[in-house]
Design a protein around this ligand. Structure first.
Ligand SMILES: Nc1ncnc2c1ncn2[C@@H]1O[C@H](COP(=O)(O)OP(=O)(O)O)[C@@H](O)[C@H]1O
Ligand SMILES: Cc1ncc(COP(=O)(O)OP(=O)(O)O)c(N)n1
Length: 264
C-alpha cells in the first residue's frame, strides 16, 4: 500500500495553465503530493483573459469524483471554479458521501479580467451546501464581500467579514489580503475564536494570475501530508509569496506564478 499523500482538486480547467486544475496539479506535484482531479468546466483562457466558459454536465463531475475516490481516495481535497448551483450541490453530495473531512473551499467567483466563473444565482448554493462542509474557506476580499454583503477594505473589515463567513458554517476562514490597498498584505485565519495573522510585503508585479488557486492548492497539499492547519497555512503562504516573487514572466497579460517554487 502506497504511503504517498494524495489530494484531489474539483475545479475548472485553465487552458493557459496558470490557474484552475492546471495550477492545482502542478502545485500538488511540487509539494510532493499525488494529485487527482474532477473538472467542472473547461475555460478557454490565457494571460490576457477568459474567452470562453464551457461547463460540464453535472453527471460528469459526479462520476469523476466517484471514480477517483472509490479507488484512489484523497487525504485532502479542494474546490475551485464550480460555475453553477447544480454542480455545487453534486459536489457537496459527494463530499458528504465520501466523508471528506479536509476540504478546502476556494470560493472562486470572478477571474481577474472580469469573467464570471460562478453564476450569481449559485452564490446561495455555495453558502448553503458547501461552506458548512469546509475545513477552510479561502475568500479574497471581493469574494468575502459577496458572501457577506459587507464592505471589506481594511484588516479590521476582514476580521468582521471572517466572523460573518464563519457563521455560515465553515470550520475555519482564511481571508486573503491580496486586494488590500498599500504595501503590506495581511492574510488571516479565523477559527471562530481567535485570529492568526500573517503579514508580508506586496510584490510589485503583474504576474499574479492564479494566485488564489495556487495558494489554496498548496494549503490542500500540506493538509494532505498531515500538517496541522496553522503550519499548513504558513507553508502555503511561503509557497505563494515565493511563487509570485519568481514568476516566469509568461504571456502578454497577467502571467502565472512559479509553480515550481520551493519553501524548504
Ligand atoms: N502582489 C502580491 N505580493 C505578495 N503576495 C501576494 C500578492 N498578491 C497576492 N498575494 C498573496 O497571494 C495569495 C492570494 O491572494 P489574493 O490576491 O487575495 O487572492 P486571489 O488570487 O484569489 O484574488 C494571498 O496569500 C496573498 O497574500
Ligand atoms: C479555471 C479557472 N479557475 C479559477 C480562476 C481564478 O483563479 P484565481 O486564483 O482567483 O486567479 P485570478 O483569476 O485572480 O488570476 C481562473 N482564472 N480560471
Amino acid at each position: 500500500m502506497s504511503t504517498v499523500a494524495k489530494a484531489m482538486t474539483i475545479a475548472g480547467s485553465d487552458s493557459g495553465g496558470g490557474a484552475g486544475i492546471q495550477a492545482d496539479l502542478k502545485t500538488f506535484h511540487q509539494l510532493g503530493v499525488y494529485g487527482t482531479s474532477a473538472i467542472t468546466a473547461v475555460t478557454a483562457q490565457n494571460t490576457l483573459g477568459v474567452a470562453g466558459v464551457y461547463p460540464l454536465p453535472t453527471e460528469a463531475v459526479t462520476q469523476q469524483i466517484r471514480e477517483v475516490l472509490r479507488d484512489i481516495g484523497a487525504d485532502a481535497a479542494k474546490t475551485g471554479m464550480l460555475f453553477d448551483a447544480a454542480i455545487i450541490r453534486a459536489v457537496a453530495e459527494e463530499v458528504r458521501a465520501f466523508r471528506l473531512e479536509k476540504l478546502v473551499v476556494d470560493p472562486v467567483m470572478v477571474a481577474k479580467g472580469g469573467a464570471k466563473l460562478l453564476l450569481d444565482e449559485a452564490i446561495d448554493a455555495l453558502k448553503t451546501h458547501l461552506l458548512p462542509l469546509a475545513e477552510v474557506v479561502t475568500p479574497n476580499l471581493p469574494e468575502a464581500e459577496c458572501l457577506t454583503g459587507m464592505t471589506i477594505r481594511t484588516p479590521a473589515d476582514m476580521r468582521e467579514g471572517a466572523k460573518a463567513i464563519h457563521a455560515l458554517g465553515a470550520r475555519h476562514v482564511l481571508m486573503k489580503g491580496g486586494h488590500l490597498d498599500g504595501e503590506e498584505i495581511v492574510d488571516m485565519l479565523y477559527d471562530g475564536q481567535a485570529f492568526y495573522e500573517m503579514a508580508h510585503s506586496r510584490i510589485h508585479t503583474r504576474h499574479t494570475h492564479g494566485t488564489g488557486c495556487t495558494f489554496s492548492a498548496a494549503l490542500t497539499a500540506e493538509l494532505a501530508k498531515g500538517k496541522p492547519l496553522v503550519e499548513a497555512v504558513e507553508r502555503a503562504n511561503r509557497f505563494i509569496v515565493q511563487a509570485i516573487a519568481t514568476a516566469p514572466q509568461i504571456g502578454g497579460g497577467h502571467g502565472p506564478t512559479n509553480h515550481w517554487a520551493t519553501i524548504e
